[in-house]
Design a protein around this ligand. Sequence first.
Ligand SMILES: NC(=O)c1ccc[n+]([C@@H]2O[C@H](COP(=O)([O-])OP(=O)(O)OC[C@H]3O[C@@H](n4cnc5c(N)ncnc54)[C@H](O)[C@@H]3O)[C@@H](O)[C@H]2O)c1
Length: 257
Amino acid sequence: MSKFDGKVIVITGAAGGIGAAAAKKLAEQGASLALVDLNLEAVQRVISDLGIDDSRAIALQANVAKEEEVKAYVDATIEKFGKIDGFFNNAGIEGITANVEDYPTETFEMVFNVNVKGAFLGLKYIVPVMKKQGYGSIVNTSSGAGLIGSPGFVGYNSSKHAVMGMTKVVALEAAPFGVRVNAVAPGVINTRMMRQIEKNTVPEDAEGAKEAFGAAVPLGRYGEAEEVASVAVFLLSDDASYVTQSIYTVDGGQINQ
Ligand SMILES: NC(=O)c1ccc[n+]([C@@H]2O[C@H](COP(=O)([O-])OP(=O)(O)OC[C@H]3O[C@@H](n4cnc5c(N)ncnc54)[C@H](O)[C@@H]3O)[C@@H](O)[C@H]2O)c1
């Protein structure tokens, strides 16, 4: 029997690097999946790559920043599977790289809409389902940027600090109902997001920016999406049954050095 047999997990940002890696690990361990993303075709491709039966997966298009779309992805999951055991609240965007005086207000609002409001709405609609069930595990994707300041990232950093705050509050609200809430804080991870950040940070030498970012990590390299997914999957599993309100850095030792 696999660890996630009979379990239903919702993942947002499921077409992206970290979300798709988590979907793969969970599918291999028997989970049924509700995969949510803005990009429906990409999330459908993730499902067909998993090679699992339609009865075990549903692709759901939603903008996590829109309340009615969040409500719809939660309702569709319940309609298909009848419950939600785990929620990987993971969709996010990076914004741009600029100091505060040059940071466009509309970019700031956009980053907060997805990273903060999107994470909040996911919690708002999934926590009551889990409270009613009397069980559930939630993993919010924050970032190393949610723990320290990085110049040039006022929108992204402050949005990921907000995700830390939400994790701490909701973990306490949900604990009496047997629902756990934790966060992962990835460092520099080899996905589309870092490719964009490298370009935004040093447009004339993105490859050089990548080398410099990797060299700043004590383990001396970027992390892979699978390495973040492993920690998220652990937190979603019953192996983490006594873990709640915790922040797991997955950053090669970068943030706390
Ligand atoms: N890659 C890194 O280095 C890194 C580091 C720290 C934290 N993170 C966080 O990890 C999470 C996943 O990022 P990733 O690296 O896999 O990036 P990614 O860009 O590969 O994946 C993000 C996914 O989120 C989806 N998405 C974006 N906005 C959305 C919206 N409004 N509604 C629904 N879906 C939306 C995108 O379509 C994409 O599939 C993000 O929250 C990100 O901030 C990433």
